[in-house]
Design a protein around this ligand. Structure first.
Ligand code: HPA
Length: 239
């Protein structure tokens, strides 16, 4: 049985999808997290003991090819967050560790998501560079121009530090971003949270379809990743 965690971004919280799931508050060193725990298609979504994390997120687009409603299975990250705790390795017990992050998203999980998307009629892109900003404000037009010059395709506020924390915790992590708007300065109108939520509402059915298909995915996939041994050099990750 695969143990899967879904991190639902804006709008991915339909209680009907998670019917019969148990709501549980999990205590973590960073605070309490409300999780829905249950079994779907014979697979368990579990916050403790999870081996695979599939995160969904709303993003603005810097790339004219990536339009509202398109799904993007990102393959790299530019981290512009500023004041978030971004490592588990900052205590005297754990010491300091420098984790490989050449490819922030798990290649094995990326392939699973891409295979699931190929079975749908959803318009999607197999590659994309996700720029993570601190927020909560949207970006300025000049920042978006700079991110585009640096090679960014999409901008959002959620993928960092969750992707590096998953890597340090030796879990496979991948993302599927949903374009909700063109980014600041590219969009002809000022951005609003309502615009993002309204656009997300149009893609919810597609995202639910993808999540269910990802959970039910049974085809053997060749493990291409080292995620479960990412911290071997430092004695492995210990809770
Ligand atoms: N910027 C940052 N985060 C976002 C955006 C955006 O344009 N759209 C959806 N999430």
């Amino acid at each position: 049985m695969r143990k899967i965690a879904i991190i639902g971004g804006t709008g991915i919280d339909n209680p009907d999808t998670l019917k019969g799931f148990e709501k549980k508050i999990i205590e973590t060193p960073f605070g309490k997290a409300l999780c829905n725990i249950g079994t779907m298609s014979g697979n368990q979504m579990k916050s403790l003991g999870t081996e695979e994390i599939f995160a969904t997120t709303a993003v603005g687009s810097l790339n004219p090819e990536m339009k509202a409603g398109h799904f993007v299975v990102c393959d790299n990250v530019l981290d512009f967050t500023k004041s978030r705790i971004n490592t588990f390795y900052d205590s005297p017990e754990r010491g300091v560790a420098h984790c490989d992050f050449t490819y922030p998203y798990c290649p094995t999980l990326r392939e699973k998501v891409i295979k699931c998307l190929e079975k749908t009629d959803i318009t999607f892109h197999k590659h994309g560079v996700y720029v993570c900003t601190e927020g909560p404000r949207f970006e300025s037009a000049a920042e978006i121009k700079m991110f585009a010059m640096l090679g960014g395709d999409l901008v959002g506020m959620t993928n960092m530090p969750e992707s590096i924390l998953a890597r340090e915790a030796e879990m496979c992590y991948t993302n599927c971003s949903i374009v909700t708007n063109m980014a600041a300065g590219i969009s002809p109108t000022p951005l609003s949270h309502k615009e993002v939520c309204d656009a997300m509402a149009l893609s919810i059915k597609n995202m639910e379809k993808l999540i269910l298909s990802f959970i039910a995915y049974e085809e053997p996939t060749e493990a291409k990743c080292n995620c479960h041994h990412a911290m071997q050099e430092f004695g492995g990750f210990k809770l």
